[in-house]
Structures are given as C-alpha cells and as structure tokens.
Design a protein around this ligand. Structure first.
Ligand SMILES: NC(=O)c1ccc[n+]([C@@H]2O[C@H](COP(=O)([O-])OP(=O)(O)OC[C@H]3O[C@@H](n4cnc5c(N)ncnc54)[C@H](O)[C@@H]3O)[C@@H](O)[C@H]2O)c1
Length: 386
C-alpha cells in the first residue's frame, strides 16, 4: 500500500474541518475517498467532488472504499464506531475524547488488542504544539529536578448559551457524558498526564450548570496527588471571561510558567531540597535565573496528527498519540466529576464500571428539556486555542 484511503465519519464542526485540509492535499500519501454523515445535507458537496458518500457507517465499513477511518462524531459513538471499524479491518483515528467514559475506553482498547496489527490513534493535536514539547523535554531531561507541584488554571474556555443550544448532544449526560472537562479541557488533561503522569488520587469540586442552563459541569476545582508526593490543582470553567490559562510546574530545580503565550523557566542554581538541607542560615534561598523560552505555534496541528497516523500505517513510525493513551484524559475528566458527586477523594486507577453506573443514573434522572437553536455563522476555528 502506497496511499491510505481515508474515510471521515461525522461531518460537523471538526469533521468538516478535517475534510477541507485533506481535500486540499495537506496530508501526503492520504486520499479522502469516503465520508459518512447522519446529516444527509452534509454529503452533497463531497459527492460532487467524487468522494463516496454514506449515510450509515456500517455501509462505509463494508464498502472497501477505505483503509482507515477518522471518527468525528459525538462522544458515545467513538467507542461503538471504533470497535466496528476495527472489526472490519480498518485502522482508526478517533477524535478526543477516545470514549465518553473510562469503561467504554477500556472496551475500545480491548477491541484494538484483538486487532493489534491495525493502527489506533487519538486526535490529541496539542501534543505537537512546541510549547508543550519543550516543557516535556525539560521535564524528561531532569532540568526541573523532582516535580513537587503542578497547577493549571484553565478558565479561558468561555462558551455562550448559544453554543450549548446549538446541538442536542452538547452538555448533556446522555449525549456527551460530561461537560467542560470531557469536551473543552480534554486536550489539557491529556497534556497534563503527558507531562506529569497520572496522579494517584483526585478530589474534585464541580458545579453543574453554574454559569449556563446545562446539566453537566461548567466550573471545576480539583486537587490532585501523585505518587512521591507531588500535588496540584486543575481549575476550569466555561463561564468566565476573560478567563486565564496559566500552567505552573514546580520542580526542585526551578519553576516553569506558561501563560499569555510566554514560557518562563526560573532555574534554581541548586536543588532546593538539597539547599534547604545543607544551608547554615535560615532566610537564604537558592539563587534563581529567569529564562524566557521562545516557541512557535504549530502550523496545522490536526493535519500533522493525520500525517503521523498515515506514516504509522505505511511506515510503522511510532504514533504521537496512541489511542490507548486516550483513556488517561477520559479517566481524569470522569474522576473529577465522580469524586465531586461522591463528595470524597477517589484513588486511581478509578473503577470505570462504577462511574459508568453513576453516569447511567444521571442520564436516567435527567430532567433537561433542550431546545436546539442552530448557529449558522460561527467561526469554528476560533475554538482552537492556546
Ligand atoms: N480535536 C479537536 O480540535 C476537536 C475540535 C472540535 C470537536 N472535537 C471532537 O469531535 C467530535 C465532534 O465534535 P463536533 O464539534 O464536530 O460535533 P458536531 O455536532 O458539530 O458534529 C457531529 C456530526 O456527527 C454526525 N453524526 C452523529 N452520529 C453519526 C453517525 N453515527 N454516523 C455519521 N455521522 C454521525 C452528526 O450528524 C454531526 O454532523 C467530538 O468528539 C468533539 O469532542 C475535536
């Protein structure tokens, strides 16, 4: 095989966005040969361009028109469509979150385990943003020493009531399985665990519908603890303007702060713990030099991720975001809400089945009556953020 024949399932905001750059040849050795949408009006323009169109994914899977699919539907279908695609012998690239909840992610990963020759990737395009790559290199190179704290104030995900009213699945337990954590913050949660690993325990404090007429969380404060004693907080909201995005990682050899598109490293001349142990005076502290670390923004990060997926299929190169990694961000999103509803700290790995049961209860007890008001003029690209 020299070229990957790709199909997209779901042609909403992000599916349409992926289709555009693929049709414009932004991913080499990849041809968009088919699309599938539950909304028939989305299909006409692709049919006119010679792309095969399907109203039902099972027909796409059986068509032999594709080698791989990109699943870009609402969250719950990621698992069912992903499993069905793998069973049909297709490679899969699944939009974030890889599943709506942890137990579903386990099912999807198990299905991949039964078809492990196929490539399963997740669309976590922030992993190719140089600012996070630089932080990861500093951490892995030991330049921060031992991490003792990680705080992320991530409140610049402002969304209006019009956004939530724009489609039936949004911000509902039934359609989405969660709120700002599972949707907007999923990228940040992926980066958090990519940089610092998974915590050992989490205590979440979530407010449901604090700022909007929705039933899921739109305001979050969570406390996290890692093995070895590092602690941290993750704070988010989709109701605060202007909001803030400040990531602070404190290590024994210095502090990194990413904020306002600037990355600053306050580097300690000595390991602070060692310094504390050996200093003979009480009010001294290690000398610190502040370094500004320059970075660019990735151009076309989504296309880079699809290129990596294609290269993994054709050349066997390692994936930037293996699909199985996607369970971690789902677990963090789930556990912050679950812990909040329980009113207690939850140890990780969390019991996915217990959260699934609770989620089904929330779905069954939902009294939300949603009036959908489509928004025709939004600039969707405005939703990708720093
Ligand atoms: N990586 C990113 O930057 C990014 C950005 C936005 C959204 N997303 C993710 O992409 C997914 C879709 O989000 P969106 O904003 O495009 O949603 P959307 O509501 O705009 O579009 C979803 C589309 O899927 C279609 N659909 C639903 N079920 C289907 C099925 N079984 N077969 C075919 N089509 C089906 C719907 O008709 C709709 O057109 C979500 O999981 C979201 O979290 C990722």
């Amino acid at each position: 095989m020299n070229t990957v024949r790709l199909g997209i399932i779901g042609l909403g905001n992000i599916g349409g966005f992926h289709a555009d750059y693929l049709l414009n040849g932004k991913v080499s050795r990849c041809e968009l040969t088919a699309v599938c949408s539950a909304a028939p009006d989305k299909l006409e323009k692709f049919h006119a361009k010679g792309v095969k169109v399907f109203g039902d994914a099972t027909q796409l899977f059986a068509s032999r028109a594709v080698d791989a699919v990109l699943v870009a539907t609402p969250h719950f279908q990621h698992t069912t469509l992903g499993i069905a695609a793998l069973a049909a012998g297709l490679h899969i690239l699944v939009e974030k979150p890889v599943s709506a909840h942890k137990a579903d992610a386990e099912r999807l990963i198990a299905a991949h385990g039964r078809n492990s020759k196929l490539v399963f990737a997740g669309m976590f395009q922030q992993r190719v943003e140089p600012r996070y790559e630089k932080i990861r290199r500093l951490l892995q190179g030991g330049e921060l020493g031992r991490v003792v704290r990680c705080n992320w104030i991530n409140t610049d995900w402002f969304r209006t009531e019009a956004y939530y009213a724009s489609s039936a699945w949004r911000a509902t337990w039934r359609g989405e399985g969660g709120g700002v954590l599972l949707n907007q913050c999923l990228h940040n949660l992926d980066i958090l665990q990519w940089l610092c690993g998974m915590p050992e325990r989490v205590r979440g404090f979530c407010q449901l519908g604090r700022f909007h007429a929705i039933e899921v969380e739109d305001s979050v404060t969570a406390y996290l603890e890692w093995a070895g004693g590092a602690t941290g907080t993750f704070v988010s909201s989709s109701g605060e303007a202007p909001g803030a995005n400040r990531l602070e990682i404190v290590g024994t050899r210095g502090t990194l702060v990413l904020e306002n598109n600037q990355l600053r490293f306050a580097r300690n001349a000595a390991d602070m713990t060692e310094f504390s142990r050996t200093a003979t005076q009480g009010f001294v502290k290690p000398e610190t030099r502040v370094e500004e670390i320059p970075f660019e923004s990735a151009t076309a990060p989504h296309a880079l991720m699809v290129q990596n997926f294609v290269n993994a299929i054709l050349d066997g190169v390692p994936l930037i975001a293996p699909g199985a990694d996607g369970i971690h961000s789902v677990e963090l999103a789930n556990v912050m809400v679950y812990s909040s509803l329980l009113g207690q700290t939850v140890e990780l790995p969390m019991d996915g089945a217990s959260w699934e049961k609770k989620l089904h209860q929330l779905i069954a007890e939902s009294k939300l009556v949603k009036k959908v008001v489509p928004v025709a003029t939004d600039d969707f690209a405005g939703s990708f953020k720093k």
